[in-house]
Structure formats: structure tokens, C-alpha cells
Design a protein around this ligand. Structure first.
Ligand code: C2E
Ligand code: CA
Ligand code: CA
Length: 760
């Protein structure tokens, strides 16, 4: 999964979690709200029950008062109204009734008003409360407006004589205000109100403070749905208690509790706006909701912040992982990552390094070296076209991809790179002539299955094949090159065992002094690997490997020891002293025990001074020439002869010879043979020889293959010739044999020349 999709998924998951958390929390808040509503309904229920109690107490109290009075009146046996009123007038002052009176059984009533002492007569025979009293013994009427526009309630109590027969009805009227006052009791801190209603839903009494309730029926109080209206009607007719919901006229949801009073099929209707029930809880839940939403938002913000910082981190990591800190361009890892998308058959992978870069670094310092790499990187970058890439692999090694297979275009690109590099490095190139060495691996259809690593590796193989050749070089990868590389790595793997098994043998190539009768004056020791399967392996196939893996030191010392052992035995036989030269690699020269080890072996085999010669290639002087100077001086002091090998093949100039205390200068004629003009070549050789002699050095010409060359060298003053013209390198035993034969039949220049001639 790519990082973007993963990030998207994480984001969705986080938002999902947040939403779940939010909805869960809000659900909980809602649940708590319902819970609190249930509590409120319970509260309403209790409040209604309390009100009912108070109401019943009031009514019961009134009835009890009247009942006591009716008993007293019944016992007196008085039947005429006038006397009855007289009694009532006195009693009336002692209770709260506004009017009291007496009616005979046909409903002719005499009443006396306590407040005004006013007497009035009334026919109540047809009034329901009177009829109910006669029927049931007591009753209370619905409130009615009296002449003074005051709401009055009429009580009736049957008066019975001592025989228990009804004799009349005691009537008491009271201002219904008493009930209004009871209803006035605050409901839910005054948010609600209570009404007294009858079974039809008609409002009988309302609290003083409730103007909304000044409607005639419950149905007019608010907006009931058909269903609630039916429910209400049913409850009212069946004397049912319960709570129901409706909306007030202002549209506010409300909840009401209906409680039968137990008197006259009256009901208490206690109503509260739902909002009031939740008032407290709503504040809390609003707070909770806000807190929860805030928490969710903070959480989201934190996640987003973390997400962003993670992205930034990832970017920084990617830069670290995929950017070359020096050139600010992609590194090898990014090259490996990006190349597969651009690969197709018909492109070329290249690998190159800047020759003598290390030398440049030493000369100008690392800062300049870094600047050079940056400049080179810029030149390469500018040379690329669409879908082409490059990277710095390490040090001064670069690799890249070009979208062409055409050798001519590749060569042109390489040359153009050289030109641009030259312009870019103007100031430096005057001092150090930098050169480019490049390998190309053309990618064909079949190669597309190879890894990027393997392709770069193949370009590198091609690059290595020309690395040691002078000048700007490029080469193409071939299967032969690969086979060679495989062989090399195979050899490298076997080399250690081979050393232990003694598979290396010493060969010697004789040296002939052409100025002194062509006598053999010595020989150069050359290593040969006698492989059990592959047979004789020449040094150019393993010396570079050994130099690379450090085994060259062991090999040099092995050859030196073999040479000393042979020379020791040779001299012991009393044969004439002879010079033996061994090769010493640069690596060996810089070992701490170099001087001591060679001296110790020379002493162990008791080799006299002046017979052992150590050959150093001129490359050892490039760096650390002071160390080399010291080593040569020390070796000379200890009886060694020091020679400079392959002079003229590399970078050295004649100039360096003047300070170098070496005794022998070896010139490799093969190098000179590369030049076209033989005349010029000979001038140079002649001059080198002259100068060497002036510096008291012996001269050896190597790689001499023809008698003409010998003739020229002799005339030019060269001392010794080492070449196929006289001897090829041969096993030590053969060399020993050659020397023995020489001793018996000494040769001179004529005979040797004749021998050469016959070999031709
Ligand atoms: P070198 O030291 O310059 O040795 C001379 C090389 O030139 C030898 O090659 C020799 O066979 C070859 N040669 C001599 N005369 C002629 C000639 O007339 N014509 C031609 N074409 N070649 C001639 P060889 O033995 O293959 O050695 C190659 C190089 O390997 C040596 O070059 C030397 O640098 C290195 N080498 C050989 N043995 C050792 C060793 O024991 N230690 C070290 N460090 N290097 C060694
Ligand atoms: Ca040599
Ligand atoms: Ca040489």
C-alpha cells in the first residue's frame, strides 16, 4: 500500500472513531435527558398527588363541619326555616362559609350571607347538587357565578331527625377562591400550573396566576393530537390517572399529569412545559455536548497536527534516504528506486569515475574536491534528456541511465561531457588534467529482467576494463568481459588457499649486460600461479586482484624468500655472484615491518650486500615521496639495490629522478613502441639513458625483443637488456641450468646474437 493511501485510510479511521465517540457521547447525553425527564414526570406525579391531598383535605374538612352541624340540627328536631336560620346565623360566624342556609326537601331554601347578613330565598329543587344531596346524603356543586360575579361552590348535607328520616338539607356556599389558592401552590418553581377540571374536561377552577388557563376546557388549553385528545377523553370518563404530552398554544411541548380527585368526578390537571423539566439538565447537557464536541475537535486537530508532523518527518527521512548530501541530487538508493519505471529495451546504463580524482583531492584539498564533484554532477545533469537519470554512487563514481543504445550517440554524449567538463573546470584543469573513464551497459530486451544493481555492475565491469588505460576512455560491456570478471572473482576466492598450498612458483628472467660481452648478470623474479586445474596463470591475471585484497604483500615476501633461498644455495656452491631482482608492491612498502622483515630474511640466508635488488614502480612516488626517499636510503644502507621499474609508463617526469637515490632505472621499451615515430622515440630513450648515467644510475631496458633494439640500446649506452630477445621468464631450476651452462660455455654477444637469429 502506498503511503498516501495508508494516510487516507488512517484519516478516515480517525474521523470514524471521532464520529463514533461523538454520537456515543451525544446518545449518552440524550439517554440522560430521557432519564431526567422520567424523574421530572415522577416529580410531577408526586406534586399532583400532594395537591390532590390538600384539595381532598379541604373538601373533607368542609363536609365534616357540615355533617356535624347537620347532626346537631337533626337532633334539635327543628323544621321551620326561620329558627333554623337563626341557629345558622350564629354558627356561621364561626366557620369559613360565606353563606349558609336550610332547604326543605322540595328545595325551598333560605340562605343567610355572613358578610352582609343579607337573607335570601332560593328555589334549589332542580339544582343537581340539591338532588344529589337528597339522593346520596351530601354533595358539592361545580363552581358557579353568583349574583356578585363571584365563583361559588354549594355544599349540601342531608339533615335527618332522630329516627333517621330526612327532614331537610343543610346548604353552605363557599367562595371557590379557596381552591384557587390551593391551585396557586407553585408547581416546578412556578413553571407549571394546576387546574381543577370535571369529567368533560371543562375547567372548574384555575390558579389566580394562570391567565393561559382561562379557557373553558382542557381541549382548548393546547394543541392535542387526535390520539392524545382521545386518551384524555377516555381517562376523564373512566376516572383514570396518567400523564400525557401535548403542545401549548405557543408551540412549546408540555407534559401533564391527570389525577382524579375522588369528589364529583373532578380531576386535577397539573401541566408543565417540557422545557422547564429539562431546564437544569439542558444546561448540563448543553455544557456536556459542548465539552464533548470540543474534545472531539481538539482530538481531530491533534491527530491532524500529528499527521502533518509525521508527513514532514517522512519527507525529511526520504530526503535523507534518497538524496546525496554532496550534490543534492538523487543517491544510488533513489536511482535504484526510480530506474525501473524508465527502463525499456534500448536504453543504456553507464558507470564512470574521474581519473586522478584522489590526486586532485590531495593537491587541492577536500573542499575543492567536493566542488569538483558538484560541478561534474551539474554537467551530467545538464546533459540529460527526458526520462534520463543519474546519481553519485560513492566518492567520484557516478552512474546513470540514457535513453539510447546507439554507440555513436553514446560516444558523442561522452565527448560532449568532456568538453563541458573542461570548460567548467577551466582553472583546475590547467593544473591537473582530469580524465573520465566510463563503462556502458546497453540494455536489450533480455536484460530487462536484471536488477538495477546488476546493470550498474555490468557498466562498472566495462568501466574497469579501461580504467587503467591512459587518457579519457569508455568501453562497452561484453559477455567476454563478464566472463573475465567472473574468472577474476573465482581466482580471488581461490587465492588464499593457493598461497597456503604453495601453488605460487618463482620464475626468473635473465638479464644480460650488453656493454660487457653480453654476460648474464642476473635475473628478475616473477611470480607464476600454477593452478591445479587451470595450469599456469600469468601475473597480470592475479597481481591486480592481490593488490586489491592486500595479499600482494604475502606474495612479494614469498617470492623474496624463495629467491634468497635459491641464491643462498647457489652461492654456497661457490658459483660466481649474481644479481636477483624482486618486485615490491606499493602496499608492501608501507608496512611497518617492511625494512626489518626484508633485512632479516637477507641476513637469515646470509646474502652479501649488492646482490639483492628491489624493484619499485614509479607510482609509489606519487604520494608520500618523502617516505619513499627515506626507505630507499635505508635499503641502500642495508645492502640492497633499489630500482625504479617501468619508468616512462606513468606520470613521472624526468624531474623526479634528481632527488631519488635509486641505483637502477628500468625502461620498458614496450611503452615506447606505442609511439608512431620511431625517430622521436629513440631520441627520448637516448636522453633518458644519458641523464640516468649522469645521475650515476645503471640502466636496464625491458621488453627488448629484437637484435636491432639491442644494437640501438648498446649504442645509446644502455647497460642491461631484459627481454625475450635473450630469455623468457623461466622456472628457477631452468635458470639455474642456464647459469651452469654459461659457466661451462661462456657466451658472448656474437654467440648470443647467433642464438637469437636461429630462434627467429
Ligand atoms: P614487470 O615487473 O615489468 O615485469 C616484466 C614483465 O615483462 C614480465 O611479465 C615479463 O614476462 C615481461 N617481459 C619481459 N621481456 C619481454 C619482452 O621482450 N616482450 C614482452 N612482451 N614482455 C616481456 P610478467 O611476468 O607477466 O609480469 C607482469 C608484471 O607482474 C610484472 O611486470 C610485475 O609488475 C608483476 N609481477 C610479477 N611478479 C610479481 C611479484 O612477485 N610481485 C609483484 N609485486 N609484482 C609482480
Ligand atoms: Ca619488475
Ligand atoms: Ca617492468
Amino acid at each position: 500500500m502506498n503511503p498516501q493511501t495508508a494516510q487516507k485510510k488512517t484519516k478516515i479511521a480517525i474521523i470514524g472513531i471521532c464520529l463514533c465517540f461523538l454520537s456515543g457521547s451525544l446518545g449518552y447525553v440524550q439517554y440522560m435527558r430521557t432519564q431526567s425527564e422520567n424523574d421530572s414526570v415522577q416529580y410531577l406525579d408526586n406534586a399532583a398527588a400532594q395537591l390532590q391531598n390538600t384539595m381532598i383535605k379541604q373538601i373533607d374538612g368542609d363536609f365534616q363541619t357540615l355533617e356535624a352541624l347537620a347532626i346537631v340540627l337533626g337532633e334539635t328536631g327543628i323544621n321551620d326555616a326561620e329558627r333554623m336560620i337563626a341557629i345558622l346565623e350564629t354558627i356561621n360566624n364561626q366557620n369559613q362559609f360565606v353563606r349558609m342556609g336550610y332547604a326543605d326537601l322540595s328545595g325551598n331554601a333560605d340562605l343567610v350571607d355572613i358578610r352582609s347578613n343579607h337573607h335570601l330565598k332560593k328555589q334549589v329543587g332542580r339544582e343537581p347538587f340539591f338532588q344529589q344531596t337528597v339522593r346520596e346524603g351530601r354533595s358539592l356543586s361545580n363552581p358557579q357565578l353568583d349574583e356578585k360575579q363571584e365563583w361559588m361552590g354549594s355544599y349540601g348535607m342531608l339533615i335527618k331527625n332522630n329516627d333517621g328520616e330526612p327532614t331537610g338539607v343543610l346548604i353552605a356556599e363557599n367562595l371557590m377562591d379557596v381552591y384557587s389558592s390551593i391551585l396557586d401552590a407553585p408547581l416546578l418553581n412556578g413553571e407549571g400550573y394546576s387546574l381543577l377540571v370535571d369529567e368533560t374536561g371543562a375547567v372548574l377552577m384555575r390558579p389566580h396566576h394562570e391567565p393561559q388557563a382561562r379557557k373553558q376546557t382542557l381541549a382548548e388549553l393546547g394543541q392535542f393530537t387526535d390520539k392524545t385528545r382521545d386518551t384524555l377523553r377516555n381517562w376523564l370518563t373512566e376516572g383514570h390517572a396518567g400523564s400525557l404530552r401535548y403542545r401549548s398554544f405557543t408551540g412549546q411541548p408540555a407534559i401533564a399529569q391527570l389525577v382524579p380527585l375522588g369528589v364529583n368526578r373532578w380531576y386535577l390537571f397539573c401541566a408543565v412545559p417540557t422545557a422547564a423539566l429539562h431546564k437544569n439538565y439542558d444546561k448540563t447537557s448543553l455544557g456536556m455536548t459542548l465539552v464533548i464536541t470540543l474534545a472531539a475537535m481538539i482530538f481531530l486537530l491533534l491527530m491532524e497536527w500529528q499527521n502533518r508532523s509525521m508527513q514532514a518527518n517522512q519527507k525529511a527521512l526520504e530526503t535523507l534516504a534518497y538524496q546525496d548530501p554532496l550534490t543534492q541530487e538523487g543517491n544510488f538508493a533513489s536511482f535504484q528506486k526510480d530506474v525501473p519505471a524508465l527502463l525499456k529495451s534500448g536504453c543504456t546504463v553507464w558507470y564512470c569515475d574521474i581519473k586522478k580524482f584522489k590526486y586532485f583531492n590531495d593537491l587541492f584539498g577536500y573542499e575543492q574536491g567536493d566542488a569538483l564533484l558538484r560541478d561534474f554532477s551539474a554537467v551530467v545533469k545538464a546533459s540529460l534528456e527526458k526520462d534520463e537519470l543519474f546519481c553519485r554512487v560513492s566518492g567520484d563514481n557516478f552512474a546513470g541511465l540514457l535513453q539510447t543504445l546507439d554507440p555513436q550517440r553514446l560516444a558523442a554524449w561522452f565527448n560532449q561531457l568532456l568538453v563541458q567538463l573542461d570548460q567548467q573546470l577551466n582553472e583546475h584543469s590547467a593544473l591537473v588534467h582530469l580524465e573520465l573513464c566510463m563503462g556502458f551497459f546497453p540494455v536489450c530486451e533480455d536484460d530487462l529482467t536484471l536488477s538495477v544493481n546488476e546493470m550498474v555492475n555490468r557498466a562498472n565491469i566495462a568501466h574497469r576494463s579501461v580504467k587503467d588505460q591512459p587518457g579519457n576512455q569508455f568501453a562497452f560491456f561484453t559477455p567476454q568481459l563478464r566472463a573475465q570478471t567472473l574468472r577474476e572473482s573465482e581466482l580471488e576466492a581461490q587465492a588464499k588457499k593457493a598461497l597456503a598450498r604453495g601453488e605460487f612458483e618463482l620464475y626468473v628472467q635473465g638479464k644480460v649486460n650488453i656493454q660487457q660481452d653480453c654476460r648474464i648478470v642476473g635475473g628478475e623474479c616473477l611470480a607464476r600461479w600454477i593452478h591445479p586445474e587451470k595450469g599456469l596463470i600469468p601475473p597480470d591475471q592475479f597481481i591486480p586482484l592481490f593488490e586489491h585484497n592486500g595479499m600482494i604483500t604475502q606474495l612479494d615476501r614469498l617470492m623474496f624468500e624463495k629467491a634468497c633461498a635459491w641464491l643462498h644455495a647457489y652461492l654456497k656452491e661457490g658459483r660466481p655472484p649474481i644479481n636477483l631482482a624482486v618486485n615490491v608492491s606499493r602496499l608492501d612498502l608501507f608496512q611497518d615491518d617492511f625494512l626489518d622483515w626484508y633485512t632479516a630474511v637477507k641476513q637469515r640466508y646470509a646474502i652479501p650486500d649488492g646482490l639483492l635488488e628491489l624493484e619499485f614502480t614509479e607510482s609509489v612516488m606519487l604520494k608520500d615521496d618523502q617516505i619513499f626517499l627515506h626507505v630507499v636510503e635505508e635499503l641502500r644502507r642495508r645492502g640492497f639495490i633499489c630500482s625504479l621499474d617501468d619508468f616512462g609508463s606513468g606520470y613521472s617526469s624526468l624531474n623526479i629522478l634528481k632527488n631519488l637515490p635509486i641505483q637502477v632505472l628500468k625502461l620498458d621499451i614496450l611503452f615506447f613502441r606505442q609511439s608512431v615515430d620511431i625517430g622521436r622515440e629513440r631520441i627520448i630513450i637516448r636522453n633518458i639513458l644519458t641523464m640516468a648515467h649522469e645521475l650515476q644510475m645503471k640502466t636496464i631496458a625491458e621488453g627488448v625483443e629484437t637484435a636491432e633494439q639491442v644494437e640501438f640500446l648498446k649504442a645509446a649506452g644502455c647497460d642491461i637488456v631484459q627481454g625475450y630477445v635473450y630469455f623468457k621468464p623461466m622456472p628457477l631450476a631452468s635458470f639455474d641450468q642456464v647459469l651452469r651452462e654459461e659457466l661451462d660455455h661462456p657466451q658472448n654477444c656474437q654467440t648470443r646474437e647467433a642464438a637469437v637469429g636461429s630462434r627467429r
